[in-house]
Design a protein around this ligand. Sequence first.
Ligand SMILES: [Zn+2]
Length: 180
Amino acid sequence: MSPYSAWPFLSDPNHPFLSAVWAVLIHGGIGVLCVAPLIWRSDHRIRYAVLAFVGGSVLDVDHFIAAGSLNLHTIETMSGRPATHSFGFVIVLGVLTLLLTRRWIAAWAVFAVNLTHVLFDAAGGGVQVLYPLAHPVGLPWLACPIGTLALFGVSAVLAGGLSRPRRLDRSRQGVAHVGW
Ligand SMILES: [Zn+2]
């Protein structure tokens, strides 16, 4: 890989296990962050937070598939990340989720969590973000925090739009239940 020296969160091939733990934690953390407003507004905060945390690392399964190995050292010393670490694949994941669930909010969550994953990795280099184009092979590190915050902002707007009718429904149900 040709990491950017300015990016302080690079994995260290000399410590593959610690690097993997770190990758799961950071990808999970920013995955939860970028859809936090939606999680907060949902009726199942813990369930969706866990889902976003785990989902934040799912994209890295492609490393194991590409390497044909579960050996962490092999993964850490690969020459670049697989083509599935790209904007195009993230869009495909979002569209597939929409087709399978018919829920655009679920599609947005899958898109956002995986996009923030690619933005994070792209800061370190070795990522064909516009695959099948060979270049660029990374993004300026600022794209990660700015992009993640932008995704958070969109999630906040979506959450605001979702919450009102939901609450109305709930209060109506409450009234019906009480028998008024
Ligand atoms: Zn990755």
